[in-house]
Design a protein around this ligand. Structure first.
Ligand SMILES: [Zn+2]
Length: 346
């Protein structure tokens, strides 16, 4: 990481909006270490730096595959450590306050699947959700100019009944700070967007917004489906749309915004290299597709904080300063959060 003398030397200097960050991968390794030790959890690495290295990816140290990282580290370790009322309250508070204090983030939408943070059903979901909201409220009380909200992720590998419960919980806590739902998880044969049409309509009628992880790996078909069946107003990743001209036209026509996560895509091998990333983002610029820059996994990708991703795109001549500012402006405009600070939910 390039050294910077003071805040004014740091690019970008403008306040940032983060629309796509997962709870489990937004927890700093030092916070994970504290959470684990406070509860006496057994860890796969006994030395802090080894642990940090074990859970962290980088463009140089890629996951062999995206699926392997999910299977070996993300779900068995990070989900477990970030489960329970103590962990989620502390995690949400630390993530939001850290983002504001150290990373110039003034708007942060944090997403998670509450059923992946309750030790596989051992804890009551309402307790878990209230703990998250307490963590968020504490951060919002401390930082008046911070805007924040939580998005609940449904899981493609869950059955409909389980996902329906998540939507019901999102609706129940909507006024307290749950701002939307997300269709998440890697492609799964049992999952079809068309099965969720009615449930998505219900969520929308209740005031929730909808985003969907789609077009990250495999192909762009799921983007078409996310638009057609669940009326997704934003798409998580969506990078494969760059290979589908008709789809790009549709995105522009419907004013759908992509949540692009550059270093995550490189680290998980969803894009081959910097050249492919450049091709994708330049194609979006040329075709006037609206997109935002996000971190996805800000603490488990080395140098993956949002401002570092902006810096990375500028240094590699992928986007210029003006284009990056525009991406950030689009992020503020397309946020699901209804207002600034605690007032958004009072
Ligand atoms: Zn994601």
């Amino acid at each position: 990481m390039e050294e910077y003398k003071n805040q004014t030397d740091r690019f970008p200097s403008f306040p940032l909006a983060e629309l796509h960050a997962h709870l489990g991968t937004s927890i700093n390794p030092a916070i994970y270490w504290q959470i684990a030790h406070a509860q006496g959890f057994k860890l796969p690495k006994k030395e802090y730096r080894e642990f940090m290295d074990y859970i962290t990816l980088s463009p140089d140290k890629k996951a062999t595959t995206y699926m392997k990282y999910l299977k070996d580290i993300y779900h068995p370790l990070l989900d477990k450590l970030s489960s329970g009322t103590y962990a989620v309250e502390k995690a949400v508070y630390e993530i939001l306050s850290g983002a504001y204090r150290s990373n110039s983030i003034t708007l942060l939408e944090l997403r998670n699947n509450p059923m992946k943070h309750n030790h596989e059903g051992q804890e009551d979901l309402d307790h878990i959700i209230m703990a998250m909201l307490r963590g968020m409220e504490r951060a919002l009380l401390e930082f008046k100019n911070l805007s924040s909200g939580i998005i609940f992720c449904l899981a493609r590998e869950f059955n409909y009944e389980k996902n329906e419960i998540i939507v019901e919980k999102a609706i129940k806590y909507r006024r307290r700070g749950i701002v939307g739902i997300d269709f998440a998880g890697p492609p799964d044969k049992s999952f079809h967007f068309k099965d969720y049409k009615k449930l998505a309509q219900k969520a929308k009628r209740s005031g929730l917004k909808i985003t969907s992880h789609a077009g990250e790996v495999k192909d762009a078909n799921d983007i078409w489906e996310a638009i057609e069946y669940v009326d997704s107003s934003r798409i998580g990743h969506g990078i494969l749309a760059a290979y589908d001209k008709k789809l790009m036209k549709e995105l522009v026509k419907k004013n759908i915004v992509l949540e692009v996560c550059p270093l995550s895509n490189i680290s998980t091998s969803a894009v081959k290299n910097v050249e492919e990333l450049k091709f994708i983002l330049r194609t979006f610029v040329e075709n006037k597709v609206k997109f935002t820059i996000n971190s996805d996994w800000p603490e488990t990708i080395q140098s993956g904080h949002l401002w570092e991703q902006f810096n990375f795109l500028r240094k590699n001549n992928i986007l210029n300063e003006e284009e990056l500012e525009r991406c950030n402006k689009i992020a503020f405009q397309s946020s699901f959060i209804p207002g600034v600070g605690l007032n958004a939910y009072l």
